[in-house]
Ligand binder design. Structure first.
Ligand code: ADP
Ligand code: F6P
Length: 471
């Protein structure tokens, strides 16, 4: 049977659905939460689109293509070895540390690189199978950096864009990668490369010039064509991603979500100040620094339960990678020590929740929190910061935001901090706690204007306009 082809193909490491297996053995696919899925759905409106990605399951399962809520999904299968070497290994233990300022040491294994190439090729072949003539192919993130050139080789007729959700490192760090030139070549297979910040786009162009000898003019890199004819041009720009601001704002206004926000505060003993952290349990997120600052504020007697309490939600992530397992153990130990030293009966100093939650619960938590602590050491964007702002229809709350996030470049009116500077971080937290409400509301209103205007739909339109050459 001939394969159906599409005029828009999205490729990301993961499919936009999660596999749920029921006790009777039946399988159901549920839409994954998250802005990317929402953004892509708005892009797909009025187009026939396919999404190529991994199901999240390791092994030999052989799910064929299937439809879900109007999307054509084309699974890419990963064996146990692929997961260990391409996903946990090269993507998350080699590239992730290098792209995040080497907060932890990167690991280099040639076998991981081979797996990265092998899986990228599998993605490229799957894309070409479902891409119609002249299709738009939009590839996402650091796991798939070789895919643009691989697709171009197989299908010179399609237009290819790639978007980097994480930072792109300065050339001095990128240069550590033994496969640096191959990665640049892979990316330069695209027509358009999108980054979160201007600095990321510049880092890429510098790497292409210094490590590969490519020439550039402004935001355009010139790539020689194999026939030695005219250069092909690759546009490189900053297009910061955002959230479904209107959708979140509407969700936060639902009576049941508002009631839940009140209930959350009540269940915590109606503290005067509720601090909140929401992150994947990742060493880039600055959770250790945040806990240290909070512990010192407790030690100094500047905050204390039951007046002040802290809810830290930390979603399990990449648990088989050593640095993540170590972080998990360390955070649990610190939380235990803080609670042992500072909790009072019925009022823990910190509530540590190690699970994922539905969107409704997240929106309720955001509304319940007086202070949102976003303290990464490095983060491509940090969507949580924008989600918090989008959920504060009441213009209440305050955002403590690290300078090392992409979000900082749009939300610099927030209570800005350098998480490495524990004294400074403590001051930002105290300033946010102590500032009079009317002043805080003015700040929140200005943050909201930015987030509501520059939402994820606008981001997707901008990337598409760049990709089709109309932007
Ligand atoms: P990253 O992509 O590095 O995980 P972001 O802050 O950019 O960081 O995006 C994280 C996304 O995951 C946000 O949409 C956030 O709401 C969601 N998220 C984080 N923790 C949880 C959780 N415990 N339950 C549900 N969603 C979560
Ligand atoms: O934003 C970076 C990123 O790696 C995304 O590609 C991914 O969707 C998210 O973080 C969660 O990571 P993972 O897919 O490894 O659980």
């Amino acid at each position: 049977m001939p394969t159906t082809v599409f005029d828009l193909v999205i490729a990301a490491n993961r499919l936009p659905v999660d596999r749920v297996e029921h006790p009777d053995g039946s399988v159901e696919w549920r839409r994954s939460p998250g802005g990317l899925v929402t953004a892509m759905q708005s892009v797909m409106q009025g187009r026939e689109g396919a999404w190529v990605g991994w199901t999240g399951q390791a092994g030999d399962s052989a799910e064929g293509p299937f439809g879900h809520e109007g999307l054509h999904l084309r699974p890419v299968h990963l064996t146990q070895d692929d997961v260990a070497e391409y996903y946990e290994g090269f993507s998350n233990d080699t590239l992730w540390p290098i792209y995040h300022d080497v907060i932890v040491q990167a690991t280099f294994h040639r076998t991981w690189w081979t797996a990265y190439e092998r899986v990228n090729r599998r993605f490229a072949e799957a894309i070409c199978e479902v891409a119609g003539p002249g299709a738009l192919v939009w590839v996402h993130d650091y796991q798939l950096q070789l895919v643009p050139a691989m697709v171009r080789e197989l299908r010179p007729d399609v237009r290819i864009g790639w978007f980097d959700h994480i930072p792109f490192p300065p050339v001095e760090l990128f240069a550590q990668l033994p496969w640096r030139k191959r990665i640049i070549e892979g990316l330069l297979g695209a027509d358009f490369l999108g980054f979160q910040r201007v600095a990321d786009a510049k880092n890429f162009v510098r790497a292409a010039r210094q490590l590969g000898g490519w020439t550039s003019r402004g935001d355009t890199v010139m790539v020689p064509t194999p026939d030695g004819g005219e250069h092909r041009t690759v546009r490189v720009s900053a297009v910061p991603i955002s959230v479904d601001a209107k959708g979140l704002s509407e969700l936060a206004q639902r009576p049941e979500v508002r009631a839940r926000a009140v209930e959350i505060r009540e269940s915590l003993g109606n503290p005067t100040t509720l601090l909140l952290g929401v992150d994947r349990l990742d060493y880039t997120k600055g959770i250790r620094h945040r806990l240290k600052a909070y512990e010192e504020l407790l030690d100094d007697g500047r905050v204390a339960p039951p007046d002040v309490t802290f809810v830290q939600v930390a979603t399990p992530s990449r648990e088989r990678v050593d640095a993540y397992a170590q972080l998990g153990a360390e955070v649990e130990g610190t939380v235990g020590r803080i609670n042992g030293n500072h909790s009072v009966l019925g009022s823990p100093a910190i509530h540590y929740l190690h699970h994922g939650y539905p969107r409704e619960e997240m929106a309720a938590l955001f509304q319940a929190a007086d202070l949102m602590l976003v303290t990464p050491l490095r983060d491509g964007m940090n969507l949580v910061a924008k989600e918090y702002v989008a959920c504060r229809n009441d213009a209440g709350g305050a955002l403590v935001l690290s300078e090392f996030t992409g979000a900082y470049h749009e939300l610099h009116q927030a209570f800005v901090c350098n998480p490495h500077d524990i004294e400074g971080l403590k001051q930002s937290i105290m300033r946010a706690i102590e500032m009079p409400d009317p002043q805080k509301r003015r700040i929140m209103r200005s943050l909201r204007r930015r987030v509501m205007e520059h939402d994820v739909q606008r981001w997707a339109e901008r990337v598409l306009a760049n990709l089709t050459g109309t932007g």
